[in-house]
Design a protein around this ligand. Structure first.
Ligand SMILES: NC(=O)c1ccc[n+]([C@@H]2O[C@H](COP(=O)([O-])OP(=O)(O)OC[C@H]3O[C@@H](n4cnc5c(N)ncnc54)[C@H](O)[C@@H]3O)[C@@H](O)[C@H]2O)c1
Length: 277
């Protein structure tokens, strides 16, 4: 793999499993030093799918196998203070930040590690069940904080540093749930739609500082938490669910020179599922 990110430092939030792990490995393979920030650095242990993929005891160690520096920081990014502290730690340890992939999120109402041991659901995270007309307050706050606020806090924390160095690439993570409105999976869709708007605004502010801000909106992508959704292939133009690699390739485009004149945009990665866009 060409070392086109050699000398760059990338922060990947929610990088301990799933798509975030895929982005971390991809950028490390391109030569970037990597900082993984996650509320649970062992979240990859929850699902057999993730546990089987791992080739070392942690994602940071997997990244180090590409001969780059890689660190992991435990932080809950729904806290503004914890987010800023974590970013300061990255700067102290790795010296700079060139790339931020704000991936932490998900329609998760409760994480497996928060569910009382031994409970019937303790083997997996619980997905959100809320509708626009009826959504419990704790779920509403949880999902908005986990998706929208964590993304904005991360962007705010890295922005001042990127402005000082007059360069940077930020990738935010939305979802096709933020593009298409259904009555289910609320308020996840609301948070992900807001991320698209935030991305456009931030791109306007940071553009004059040579900082690109773009967003990806994945569709049905196979990760441990969401399981095998191959049965939905008939609704997808390319007739298959997406892979972590499908998303990592687009992230590579957005954090390398290939996308230098692209900013404020959202790229849907859904195999043609959202056919109206
Ligand atoms: N998998 C898909 O099909 C899909 C589709 C569209 C969008 N997305 C988005 O992509 C991102 C990754 O999805 P995934 O399927 O890999 O999810 P995942 O649940 O497998 O991984 C998410 C990671 O983020 C971490 N995290 C969650 N909340 C956090 C917080 N407050 N602070 C720090 N870390 C936190 C978790 O511990 C976990 O390691 C999410 O933002 C999700 O909404 C995924």
């Amino acid at each position: 793999m060409e070392q086109k990110l050699k000398g760059k430092v990338a922060v990947i939030t929610g990088g301990a499993r799933g798509l975030g792990r895929g982005y971390a490995l991809r950028l490390a393979s391109l030569g970037a030093d990597v900082a993984i920030i996650d509320r649970n650095l062992r979240s990859g242990d929850v699902y057999e799918f993730e546990a089987k993929l791992r080739t070392a005891e942690s994602v940071a160690v997997e990244c180090q196998q590409f001969n780059v520096r890689a660190i992991e920081i435990k932080a809950d990014l729904t806290s503004r203070d914890s987010t800023f502290t974590a970013i300061e730690e990255v700067l102290a340890e790795l010296g700079r930040i060139d790339i931020a992939v704000c991936n932490a999120g998900g329609g998760t109402a409760q994480f497996a590690d928060e569910i009382e041991a031994g409970g019937a659901d303790a083997v997996a995270d619980l997905n959100t069940r809320g509708t626009p007309a009826a959504c419990d307050e704790d779920v509403l706050q949880r999902v908005i904080n986990t998706n929208l606020n964590s993304c904005m806090y991360t962007c705010m924390a890295v922005s001042s540093h990127m402005i000082k160095q007059s360069s940077g690439k930020i990738v935010t993570v939305s979802s096709t749930a933020g593009l298409e409105a259904g009555s289910g999976y609320h308020p996840y869709g609301v948070a992900k739609a807001a991320i698209i708007h935030y991305t456009r605004s931030l791109a306007q502010e940071l553009g004059p500082h040579n900082i690109n801000v773009n967003c990806i909106a994945p569709g049905i992508i196979r990760t441990g938490r969401l399981g095998d959704r191959q049965y939905l292939s008939k609704y997808i133009a390319l007739r298959r669910e997406g892979t972590i690699e499908d998303c990592a390739r687009v992230v590579e485009f957005l954090v390398t020179d290939l996308s230098n004149y692209v900013t404020g945009k959202t790229i849907t990665i859904d195999g043609g599922q959202c056919n109206q866009r």
